[in-house]
Write a protein of this length. Structure first.
Length: 135
């Protein structure tokens, strides 16, 4: 679970990014979102990498490190450049699972970004995914 805490006059973004040249197709199965107060969390495909934070965690004990990058950013203005592919209302200090009717697919060079709609509110996300080699 990762994400920025609430910052004055700012919105928070969390991203799972599949880097160019990874050789992997990333399938997002489920997203768990939460916030520190009432909020609407929206998800977007977003090809610009946010600020570096870490790497995805393999769910298999002893498995190889994920090629996916976990990224975050705090911004003064909400990004509305692309249509949202998911939207979830969250009550404060709670988490909500979101399972799309069909998985989200990230090809190399693309990311899946979550963004909150309310300023000064923390955003937390757990993105469950798996990777397949592109052949």
């Amino acid at each position: 679970v990762w994400g920025p805490s609430g910052t004055a006059a700012s919105y928070n973004q969390v991203q799972l990014f599949n880097p160019v040249g990874s050789g992997k197709r990333v399938i997002i199965d489920q997203v768990m979102v939460g916030s520190s107060a009432f909020d609407v969390i929206q998800g977007y495909f977003y090809a610009t990498a946010l600020d570096a934070y870490g790497y995805g965690q393999n769910k298999k004990s002893g498995g190889a490190q994920s090629v996916c990058e976990a990224r975050i950013k705090v911004v003064p203005v909400r990004l509305m450049a692309t249509p949202a592919i998911m939207s979830v209302s969250v009550n404060g200090s709670s988490s909500i699972p979101y399972r799309p009717t069909s998985p989200f697919l990230l090809l190399p060079g693309t990311g899946f970004m979550l963004q909150n709609a309310v300023q000064n509110v923390g955003l937390y996300a757990d993105i469950e995914f798996y990777e397949e080699s592109i052949t």
